[in-house]
Design a protein around this ligand. Structure first.
Ligand SMILES: O=c1ccn([C@@H]2O[C@H](COP(=O)(O)OP(=O)(O)O[C@H]3O[C@H](CO)[C@@H](O)[C@H](O)[C@H]3O)[C@@H](O)[C@H]2O)c(=O)[nH]1
Ligand SMILES: [Mn+2]
Length: 423
């Protein structure tokens, strides 16, 4: 039997591809020795696959499985989750002896290769119902036998939440009570949003966070962010903005450079990397990697209904108020929306809502790291010296999405600030 081991993730849409890129890059950043595999459905675009190809060892095409369990899914408020049954195909990756599945909406904060010491099925408690495990991070052993059994189980019993998590919890039904060694610590699947309700615990244990999970309907790729408003002071003084910091970290990772050039020798994909490179005027590896990631983000902004969630679309007159429009799009409670709007319009800090701001075309511009002012003192001074005029300039820049992913908002700088806050 093979001893190969892999981290596995999944994308059935281009939007989730963006998430997979961050999963893969963050695993590589922290020096994983395991293979990286992403399962994609046939409808994922060529741009999406090429971007994944830069980061993953294997891009495996799988069929879409859909629970079509509208009743449960509607009840959960997430009609899109039926497609998460596709996740169950991970058991067919039998050229690996053991794997760790990571949802596309996770972000790895340190080396987590020790997860492979756990046995099937190991997972962390779900924050909503801790006697269930959350299926965003789990350890499993690929096996066609298990795969068939799970599908039969799903066909027979359905899923109590309409998604894979319901199926897996009833299939591995003794997880809650049988063997505590199969309970992953919560820090391997830290729900970004749950932290608000467990703030003291987060302050006590947050610095041990290993994998953050952006569970729920709003994902990091639905937003950009306002780096100026999420200034140094928000890291120091506000314990309530950590979710925004994780969001910053996610974006910084998305636009970070690949930590490791993937070996492409044993690739079997039916699309050609050279094709894209030859169609570009600057085919150096770094530029082509960067441009594929950018190309995907750009495409998403053109295709996604959230892409025009710009300040303009909020303030330009409409039959609905901007708050209603945002509320429609995000299905957030109105108080949260007020906080977001306050943040957006004043450039100040929200009470307890992550800072969000719209993606825009300029966001993908390359910034010169040399010219970036990345000193904490510099940011502090700049903020103190702000006049009203600067404020409106700042807002203008922000509306255009000027985010310094390569400089002061780089992964390393944001991580450093987050660590400072958690110390
Ligand atoms: O249109 C979709 C939807 C989901 N996914 C994949 O399936 C995963 C799960 O979906 P997600 O939106 O991350 O669900 P969560 O908000 O995390 O919700 C919970 O409920 C889901 C359904 O049971 C479980 O899959 C999750 O692990 C669990 O955390 C994603 O990360 C992707 O890898 C897609 O590829 N395309
Ligand atoms: Mn998830």
């Amino acid at each position: 039997m093979t001893e190969a081991q892999a981290f596995v993730t999944l994308a059935t849409t281009d939007a989730y591809c963006m998430g997979c890129i961050v999963v893969g890059k963050s695993l590589r950043r922290h020096g994983t020795s395991k293979k990286l595999v992403v399962m994609v459905s046939p409808n994922v675009s060529r741009v999406g696959r090429l971007a994944l190809d830069d980061v993953f060892d294997e891009v495996v095409v799988v069929d879409v499985l859909d629970s079509r369990d509208k009743a449960h899914l509607t009840w959960l408020g997430r009609p899109e989750l039926g497609v998460t049954f596709t996740k169950l195909h991970c058991w067919t990756l039998t050229h690996f002896s053991k794997c760790v599945f990571l949802d596309a909406d996770t972000l790895v904060l340190c080396n987590v290769d020790e997860l492979f010491e756990y046995e099937e099925l190991s997972a962390a408690p779900d924050p909503g119902w801790p006697d269930c495990f959350n299926s965003g991070v789990f350890v499993f052993r690929p096996s066609l036998n298990t795969h068939t059994q799970i599908l039969e189980h799903a066909a027979q019993h359905g899923s109590f939440d309409g998604g894979d998590q319901g199926v897996l919890n009833t299939f591995f039904s003794d997880w809650a009570v049988k063997d505590i060694r199969k309970h992953l610590p919560f820090v391997y699947n830290l729900t970004a949003s749950a932290v608000y309700t467990h703030l003291p615990a987060f302050q006590q244990y947050g610095h041990h966070a290993k994998i953050v999970h952006f569970l729920g309907g709003i994902k990091p790729w639905h937003h950009s962010y306002n780096p100026q408003a999420a200034s140094e002071s928000s890291f120091r003084d506000s314990s309530k903005n950590f979710a925004a910091q994780f969001m910053h970290l996610w974006w910084a990772e998305y636009y970070s450079q690949n930590q490791q050039q993937v070996k492409k020798d044993d690739k079997k994909e039916d699309y050609s990397v050279q094709q894209l490179e030859s169609s570009q005027t600057h085919p150096t590896p770094t530029q082509s990697q960067m441009s594929r990631t950018e190309a995907l983000h750009r495409e998403m902004r053109l295709a996604s209904p959230l892409q025009d969630l710009t300040l303009d679309s909020l303030t330009i007159s409409s039959s609905k108020t901007s708050e209603e429009m945002l509320s429609d799009r995000l299905s957030c409670p109105s108080r949260e929306i007020k906080n977001i709007l306050f943040e957006v319009l004043s450039g100040g800090e929200t009470e307890e809502t992550p800072i969000v701001s719209p993606p825009s075309e300029q966001e993908t511009e390359h910034k010169d790291p040399e010219t970036a002012d990345d000193s904490a003192a510099g940011i502090g001074k700049a903020i103190a010296a702000e006049t009203e005029e600067e404020d409106s300039e700042r807002r203008r820049m922000w509306e255009q999405g000027h985010v310094d992913y390569m400089g002061k908002d780089s992964f390393d700088n944001i991580k450093r600030k987050l660590d400072l806050f958690l110390e």
